[in-house]
Design a binder for this molecule. Sequence first.
Ligand code: GTP
Ligand code: MG
Length: 341
Amino acid sequence: MFIDQVSISVKAGDGGDGCCSFRREKYIPMGGPDGGDGGKGGDVILEADPNLTTLIDLKYKKLYQAENGKPGKGNQMTGKSGKNLIVRLPPGTLVKNEETGELLVDLKEPHQHFIVAKGGHYGQGNARFKSATNRAPKKFGKGKPGDSLQLFLELKLLADVGIIGFPNAGKSTLISRISNARPKIAGYPFTTLVPNLGIVKLGEEESFVAADIPGLIEGAHKGKGLGHQFLRHIERTRLLLHLIDFSDTEPENILDRYHKLQMELKAFNEDLYQKPQILVATKMDDSQSVKNLEKIRSSMNELNPILFEISSVTGEGIEKMLWKIKECLAAEKLKDLEKED
Ligand SMILES: Nc1nc2c(ncn2[C@@H]2O[C@H](COP(=O)(O)OP(=O)(O)OP(=O)(O)O)[C@@H](O)[C@H]2O)c(=O)[nH]1
Ligand SMILES: [Mg+2]
């Protein structure tokens, strides 16, 4: 199962209390104070684990608690610190304080750490309170409670390229041909029910990550089909690959679907709609596709001059398209860097 939103509670460990104790020795009636400090409470630490791609593991366990610090002991013995608790999350998880809505961290980098709840301070033992005027203090510090909060976790997958299109456009077939992803493929709509990530290797060293998401239909923003729920997973991509099935019997349907998809992107959010798109005419091994393209090529080119023709069956046109994607990604990365400066 793919889970991309979940609420959990985290509770850091409480600090251990300081100890109040006096040294008792046979011939020393006024043995000095010797109560040790308590131990610090453990932290709750979030870690981005690149082996994870969903929040499913967090769905059933709701409370994540680090260990409390142990109290101090006599003979100046410090209590043991509580162990930290590490909660592993898929990279791309946005962590929010559920009460305030504040974004605490965006775990973007693999193995990135974030202390989300700090363990409580320890209390001092009475040995610490000894002074010239008070040689036998009974005073000791109490440990402080650890942070406790409710988190809302939202996964937004990290991919360079988002593959979009109507159901049956051939999105999953393409990603399984060009990457290590192996989603289900079938000739009926809504075969893909959850997003799939794949690493596309190009040449010796070049690579990028593509995301195949479930098909969109008209009215997705009103919840039709699988709705808009998976679009958030392509919000962070730099480029959209818009796949269009050209094997339809009516070329008008092809143009119509193109516009409907743009409307749906816009209804989800303007940023997604504004992302650069590469159009891809799929199933070009089919003779009907070739006929259709002849008829509407100029209209398509007016809508978007970058149009590739591919067949995931024969492999035709794919390599050329991948290099273009690489080139566009490099240009987009450059733009982002310039914006940061
Ligand atoms: N002839 C031909 N058929 C293709 C090609 N690409 C995909 N198909 C077929 O089209 C059908 C749909 O392919 P999928 O890859 O499952 O389509 P999808 O876009 O992932 O569909 P959803 O997951 O439902 O959104 C399958 O029967 C594929 O075998 C192609 O290049 N040529
Ligand atoms: Mg699919």
